[in-house]
Design a protein around this ligand. Structure first.
Ligand code: NDP
Length: 330
């Protein structure tokens, strides 16, 4: 599969170019808003073509695009790619509004194209192992989930994320969307209502850099989440507590295949082993298969619409102070 990169981004250079190649794809071209940057990025990453015009990229010999520009650009770029008949793997959050995200996903479905959302965590061996434990009944009926996703935003990413609401900055669009997807992945149901409080605790200028929220699941399961850009000295975690056991995972809300998982039941504590494959390469492999008519992307377009809907509800609840229903239709 031949890919065009829309966005000369950090995530593409740090993870996705390698993942596309590892999954047997070819990176044919890259788009930047600046011609100089398109050319230098292309040269640096051994990409044959660097352009600054979207139509030129879409006119090229490519089958799919990977969109990793800042968030406010995703919608128009995805719609153009779909109109040009390209499969789309789009970064999260899919768009600035749930309605735009739903329109992108509908357009791809109507055109018979594959649409994926780049939620990496559901590809992690750690999360796949935890999900198996939950779904095989090892912890009985689930009572609650606790998500610890307060991290320190690396210096080289402290740009638009911390000061540009128009580009989709803030920790809610950046991290809460991933947590929404991960919780949906584990529990197989969609959050119904949320309450939340947000703050700026040192990095955010005009956007929130920290948020805590509680989500009510239709089954009655309670979810507690904490996302932040400002926590230097803690590690991430994911816990699922049930009537017959608890899963306690440390350092698993990350881009790398690391962490540790402990299962606690009446029988005692057990370390749970898991696969340590590259998260993004797995996602790409499944996307290639789906575009070739086999299976579905790891996270599809509907998953991306739903994770955005939860994040939008968290943002709304944090601003209003009100218990807020998640509006999946936008
Ligand atoms: P970057 O800030 O690195 O890139 C976004 C845009 O900023 C690029 O498209 C580029 O514009 C411009 N840019 C980047 N670096 C430079 C530079 N040195 N000089 C000038 N312009 C630059 O963003 P990220 O890669 O961190 O994030 C991009 C998208 O990916 C976001 O939607 C984000 O939410 C998502 N993301 C997803 C992750 C995941 O694991 N799924 C992880 C990280 C990000 P241009 O293309 O015009 O050159």
């Amino acid at each position: 599969m031949r890919w065009g990169l829309i966005g000369a981004s950090t995530i593409a250079s740090e993870h996705m170019i390698g993942a596309i190649r590892a999954a047997g794809g070819e990176v044919a071209s890259v788009l930047s808003s600046s011609t100089d940057r398109a050319e230098s990025y292309a040269a640096e990453h051994d990409i044959p073509v660097g352009v600054s015009d979207l139509d030129a990229l879409l006119d090229g010999d490519i089958d799919a695009v990977y969109i990793s520009t800042t968030n406010e650009k995703h919608f128009a770029q995805a719609m153009a790619a779909i109109a040009a008949g390209k499969h789309v793997l789009c970064e999260k959050p899919l768009a600035m509004t749930v309605a735009d995200a739903a329109a992108m996903v509908r357009a791809a479905a109507d055109a018979g194209l594959t649409f994926g959302t780049n939620h990496h965590l559901r590809n992690a061996g750690s999360h796949l192992a935890m999900r198996d434990l939950v779904q095989s009944g090892r912890i009985g009926d689930v009572l609650s989930v606790r998500v610890f996703h307060a991290v320190y935003l690396p210096l080289h990413l402290q740009g638009w994320r911390i000061d540009n609401p128009e580009a989709g900055g803030g920790v809610i669009p950046d991290i809460a969307v991933h947590d929404a997807d991960t919780v949906r992945f584990h529990l197989g149901e969609d959050p119904a209502e949320v309450v939340a409080m947000q703050t700026a605790s040192g990095l955010g200028q005009g956007v929130e850099d920290s948020v805590m929220s509680v989500w009510a699941m239709p089954s009655g399961v309670q979810v507690l989440t904490h996302e932040s850009f400002t926590h230097r000295f803690t590690s991430s975690g994911f816990e699922v507590h049930g009537t017959k056991g608890s899963i306690v995972a440390k350092n698993v809300m990350t881009q790398r295949p690391v962490g540790e998982i402990t299962l606690r039941t009446e029988a005692g504590e057990e370390d749970i082993p898991f696969e340590t494959h590259n998260l993004y390469a797995r996602s790409l492999g499944l996307f290639h298969d789906a575009a070739n008519g086999k299976g579905r992307p790891s996270a599809d377009g509907v998953d991306g619409v739903k994770s955005l809907a939860v994040a939008a509800a968290v943002a709304k609840a944090a601003k209003s102070g009100q218990r807020t229903s998640v509006d999946y239709a936008g």
